[in-house]
Design a protein around this ligand. Structure first.
Ligand code: ADP
Ligand code: 5GP
Length: 187
């Protein structure tokens, strides 16, 4: 059964933007809400964008073995996929959509195997990635540098994914992604 589609990319590549567009198109999609120990950004809502946990509450979930996977994506900031989220979505009979970092993507693909489509969203260049992170206006200078610092290594992992989509022109990237997903779901 085709049960999952995961999106990974360096932060700022545009995966959240692409996912939001695709969610409007595919009724069968349900977003896997991750847990994180970071603070919400302006406009982000608990239980919608993330489950925002204190570091202590995150530790407790780790101890309870509640995560399918989790990563300290940036020093001191952890993100993880809750097993309960996957159960919730599978019980609805929907396709689970993941927005996870590159290591998380590789681990989730291993877990789902051929039942998952692993999509890598590639920025046109590191310079454009930096521009987008700055234009998004959500990060401190320190956070931007942390994110950019990881990106070169993350880009090297693209060949481990089933498909790479270059997010240059947004409409074209969304269209290409929609096509590969339609192929995957109908195979
Ligand atoms: P990610 O989820 O990968 O961190 P976002 O979806 O938040 O990235 O996108 C980062 C910023 O770049 C956002 O401000 C978004 O509006 C912008 N963006 C995304 N895709 C494009 C694109 N194709 N062209 C120009 N700007 C884009
Ligand atoms: P942001 O702070 O920009 O929302 O996310 C930072 C990074 O954490 C992004 O690359 C995002 O995909 C990743 N991320 C979000 N949720 C998870 C998760 O559950 N697991 C993993 N491994 N990474 C995640």
């Amino acid at each position: 059964m085709k049960s999952a589609i995961l999106f990974s990319a360096p932060s700022g590549s545009g995966k959240t933007t692409i996912i939001k567009r695709l969610m409007q198109y595919f009724d069968c999609f349900e977003f896997s809400i991750s847990a994180t120990s970071r603070m919400p950004r302006t406009g982000e809502r608990d239980g919608v964008d993330y489950y925002f946990l204190t570091p202590e509450a995150f530790d407790e979930k780790v101890r309870q073995d509640a995560f399918l996977e989790w990563e300290e994506v940036y020093a001191g900031t952890r993100y993880g996929t809750l097993k309960s989220e996957i159960d919730r979505i599978c019980n609805m009979g929907k396709v689970v959509i993941f927005d996870v970092d590159v290591n998380g993507g590789i681990n989730i693909k291993k877990y789902f195997g051929d039942d998952a489509l692993a999509i890598f969203v590639m920025p046109p260049s590191i310079e454009v990635l930096e521009q987008r992170l700055r234009q998004r206006g959500t990060e401190s200078e320190e956070s931007i540098l942390k994110r950019l610092g990881r990106s070169a290594n993350e880009l090297k992992e693209a060949p481990k994914f089933d498909v790479t989509i270059v997010n240059d022109d947004l409409d074209r990237a969304v269209d290409q992604t929609r096509q590969v997903i339609e192929q995957f779901l109908s195979a």
